[in-house]
Design a protein around this ligand. Structure first.
Ligand SMILES: Cc1cc2nc3c(=O)[nH]c(=O)nc-3n(C[C@H](O)[C@H](O)[C@H](O)COP(=O)(O)OP(=O)(O)OC[C@H]3O[C@@H](n4cnc5c(N)ncnc54)[C@H](O)[C@@H]3O)c2cc1C
Length: 458
C-alpha cells in the first residue's frame, strides 16, 4: 500500500493537468488543488498498512445485505477519490457478472485489473459523461464524430481512443480514468462501445480543472468549502493508446449500457447516502439558526423545520429500502436496489431546492451579509458587531455569524451553487431517474387497483 506522501509523489508522473489555463507541475503548490490532494493523501494514511500483502479493506465487494449496510458510514467518511475508486471497481465487477455468457472474454481482464488495482493501491475516477454534441442525435449521427469517446484505430496489442469525458470528479488526483460508454449504442456504433482503464499520464490525455474551493478571502468565512473541495475535470483523449489488458469492452454495442447501468447503481448509492447526511445537516442548521434568531418556537418556522425533518427521514427510509432490497451478482456481490436507489435520488434532488428555500426563509438576510471573521477581530468593530449580531440569552454575535457563514458557504455561495446543480445532475439528471422508475414500477398492480376501484375489474 502507499502512504499519503508516496501517493503525492506517484502523481508526479508527467500528467498533463491544467488549472486556470496553466499546465500544473506541482498540484501541492496550487491552492485550488492542494486541499483535495491532501485530503486524498490523508485517506491513504488512514488505511495504510506496511504488511506486504495488505490491500485497502474498503475496496472490497460487499457479500451480504448487512455488509452493504455496514459500508455506508464508512463510505461517508471516505475522501471522494477513494469513494469513486470503490465505485469504479464495484462497477466493473458487477458489469463482469453481466457479461458472463455474452462477452466472457472480458471477464478475466476485468478480474485481473481489479486485483492489480487493489494490490497497487491506485485511485480510479469514473469517466462516463461524454461531450455529447447535439443531445437529440445518436453518437453515430453527430456532426463531429468525436462528440462521444470512440476507438479510432485497433491493432493486435490495443486500441487508440479519441474524444472527451466531461465533469469528471477528481480526475487529476487519480491514477487511472475508468472510461465507459455513457449509454446504449446501436449497430453501426461499435467504435463508441468502448470501456477501458486509461492511466492519467498516458500520452494524449489532458485534464482541465474547475473548483468551488475559495481561492481568495479568509478561510474562516468559508468554514466548509475551505477544507472540503474536489475539482471537476474535462478529460481529453487525443488519440490515446490503451493496451488490450485494459480494454473491458470494444465493439459489443448491445452491452454498452451494462457499465453505465452498473455505475449508476454505485454512484447513486453514494449520492443518496450523501443526500441523507446533507438533509440532516440542513435540518440542523435550520434549527440552530432559528434558536439563535429567537424564532425556534414560532409556528411557521417549526412547520418548515418539521417538513425538512420529514424529507430527511424519507430519504433515510429510501436509502434503507435500497439496501434491504439489495440484489447480488452471480459472484455474490451485493448491490442496492435500482428502483429504490433511483426514486430516493430523484426525491433528494428535486426537493433540495425546497430544503434550501426553507433554510433561507428561516435564517434571514444575514446569510449573505453577516460580517466576516476578520471584521470580528477588528478592535473598533468588535463591540459593535457583538452588540448588533447577538440576540441575547447567551447567543453571541460571533456564534450566530458563524452559523450564517456555514449556511452561505453550503447553500448560497460557490459551493452552495455547486450543490444545487450537482444534486440534480450528478449520476444523471432527473430524467434518468424517471426512466428507471417507470421501468421498474409495478404498473400492472397499480392498474389492477385502479380498475378494481372503478368497478371495472373482471
Ligand atoms: C459536479 C458534477 C460532477 C460530476 N461528476 C461526474 C463524474 O465523476 N463522472 C461522470 O461521468 N460524470 C459526472 N458528472 C456528469 C453528470 O452525470 C451529468 O452532468 C449528467 O449526466 C447530465 O449530463 P450533461 O451535464 O451533459 O447534461 P445534458 O445531457 O445536456 O442534460 C441536460 C438536460 O437535458 C436532458 N436531456 C439531454 N439529452 C436528452 C435526450 N436525448 N432526451 C431527453 N432529454 C435529454 C437531460 O435529462 C437534462 O435534463 C458530474 C456532473 C456534475 C455537475
Amino acid at each position: 500500500m502507499l502512504t499519503g506522501q508516496e501517493y503525492k509523489e506517484s502523481l508526479k508522473d508527467g500528467r498533463k493537468v491544467y488549472f486556470q489555463g496553466r499546465l500544473i507541475e506541482d498540484m501541492d503548490a496550487e491552492p485550488g488543488l492542494s486541499v483535495p490532494l491532501n485530503a486524498v493523501a490523508d485517506g491513504y494514511d488512514k488505511y495504510y498498512s506496511s504488511a506486504p500483502d495488505a490491500v485497502n479493506p474498503v475496496v472490497s465487494a460487499p457479500r451480504s445485505v448487512q455488509e452493504l449496510r455496514d459500508r455506508i458510514p464508512e463510505l461517508m467518511e471516505l475522501d471522494l477519490v477513494l469513494n469513486v475508486t470503490y465505485q469504479s471497481l464495484m462497477t466493473v465487477l458487477v458489469a463482469a457478472g453481466r457479461l458472463e455468457g455474452a462477452a466472457p472474454q472480458y471477464i478475466p481482464r476485468i478480474e485481473a485489473y481489479v486485483e492489480k488495482a487493489r494490490r497497487e493501491d491506485i485511485r480510479i475516477t469514473e469517466c462516463i459523461t461524454d461531450a455529447k454534441g447535439n443531445r437529440s442525435l445518436h453518437p453515430g449521427k453527430q456532426e463531429d464524430p468525436d462528440a462521444y469517446v470512440r476507438v479510432v484505430s485497433r491493432s493486435d496489442d490495443g486500441v487508440v481512443i479519441r474524444g472527451a469525458k466531461l465533469h469528471i470528479s477528481g480526475a487529476a488526483l487519480g491514477h487511472d480514468l475508468m472510461v465507459m460508454p455513457t449509454k446504449t449504442m446501436r449497430p453501426g456504433e461499435e467504435d463508441y462501445a468502448i470501456a477501458c482503464a486509461v492511466p492519467v499520464n498516458s500520452p494524449g490525455v489532458h485534464i482541465t480543472n474547475t473548483t468551488y474551493h475559495p481561492l481568495h478571502g479568509d478561510p474562516r468565512d468559508y468554514p466548509v468549502s475551505s477544507h472540503e473541495s474536489m475539482p471537476d475535470s474535462m478529460c481529453i483523449f487525443d488519440d490515446v493508446f490503451v493496451p488490450n489488458e485494459r480494454v473491458f469492452l470494444d465493439g459489443e454495442t448491445e452491452h454498452a449500457a451494462v457499465f453505465a447501468h452498473s455505475l449508476g447503481l454505485w454512484e447513486r448509492l453514494g449520492g443518496i447516502s450523501f443526500m441523507v447526511q446533507q438533509a440532516d445537516e440542513l435540518v440542523g442548521l435550520a434549527h440552530l439558526i432559528a434558536e439563535a434568531n429567537g424564532t425556534a418556537k414560532v409556528s411557521h418556522v417549526r412547520e418548515k423545520i418539521d417538513e425538512m425533518m420529514i424529507h430527511a427521514t424519507l430519504l433515510r427510509a429510501g436509502l434503507e429500502a435500497a439496501i434491504a432490497n439489495a440484489h447480488s451478482t452471480p459472484e455474490g456481490y451485493y448491490y442496492p436496489d435500482d428502483m429504490f436507489t433511483n426514486v430516493t435520488k430523484y426525491q433528494g434532488a428535486s426537493q433540495f431546492g425546497v430544503m434550501v428555500r426553507h433554510l433561507h426563509d428561516i435564517a434571514g438576510g444575514a446569510v449573505v451579509t453577516a460580517p466576516s471573521m476578520a471584521d470580528f477581530e477588528n478592535p473598533t468593530l468588535h463591540p459593535y458587531l457583538e452588540k448588533y449580531m447577538s440576540t441575547g440569552g447567551g447567543i453571541s454575535g460571533e456564534y450566530r455569524s458563524k452559523l450564517f457563514h456555514a449556511i452561505r458557504d453550503t447553500t448560497a455561495d460557490a459551493y452552495g451553487g455547486w450543490h444545487l446543480v450537482t444534486n440534480i445532475q450528478s449520476g444523471g439528471g432527473l430524467y434518468a431517474q424517471r426512466l428507471v422508475t417507470r421501468k421498474n414500477y409495478d404498473l400492472d398492480r397499480a392498474r389492477a387497483l385502479g380498475l378494481k376501484a372503478a368497478g371495472l375489474a373482471s
